[in-house]
Design a protein around this ligand. Sequence first.
Ligand SMILES: [Zn+2]
Ligand SMILES: [Zn+2]
Length: 310
Amino acid sequence: MIDITLLGTGATMPLPDRALTAVHLAFGGRSILFDCGEGTQSAARKAHVSLMKTDLIALTHYHGDHLFGLPGLLQTFGCLGRTSPLFLTGPDGLEEAMAPVLQLCGQLPFDLHFLHLNEQGAQLSDIFPHFPEESFLFPIPTCHRVISQGYRFSLQRPGKFDFTAAEKLRVPKPFWSLLQHGKTVTLEDGRTILPSQVLGPERKGLSIVFSGDTSPCAALSEAAEEADLFICEATYGEDSYADQAEKYGHCTFSQAARLAADAHAKRLWLAHFSQIMEHPEDFLPNAQTIFPDAVCGSDGLHITLRFEEA
Ligand SMILES: [Zn+2]
Ligand SMILES: [Zn+2]
């Protein structure tokens, strides 16, 4: 199960009901924040989302509308006495981009770690011991005016545990949970047991893709393949803004919808709206003619995704 909340859906400058970009993910008692635009803290309060236990903040790029909420949030963590470490990840240049942010914050009572993801992504339990074994995060190279990356987060799901097979192989019960979570185990008698020996076929997991700022690009469409939720930037509502979108490295509503349709995504949330659109939902038909279930994102929009199979 994953809880996803859109905290900010604006581009460039905050509006009274539209904070700048931020998306919160909660799963298995852990949480990730994608981007941290101005207004993220207030938006989280309004949406009843606690950011205090955020384990990882994953930045898509270093434009102010995606990170100016960060110094304030780090200071709040400090004021509230956070001591658990916080990880930050982002595209190349993370340390340089964070240097002035950290200078503003001064001394913080918790450790900050910079995490560099390679294109193979990461099994998060390798970095965070308390994360579910099945949680993975992959960066997606995107096409913006500066170096940028989106993210695919997935919660994979191993096959059902085959008790009969485990008993036949004389695997002691204390090892069952490890095998169920995909770990190979070595028994006291020296035998090695692979998860595949005691698990049924892999079941369908859950995946979420967040674009960050980008023009339409093949890597994003590929990464969003069959995503349960695709949160895509859609800066401009009208197709007539396509040239402007290309010039500034953004998408129109119809381009975001085309990406989602090509990827056979299950759900599409549009976000990162230009302030020139007072009511982004007026332009939703431009997306829905291509992806009928497209949803216009709004601050506080929330969904709980659950595994389809029992
Ligand atoms: Zn932006
Ligand atoms: Zn940008």
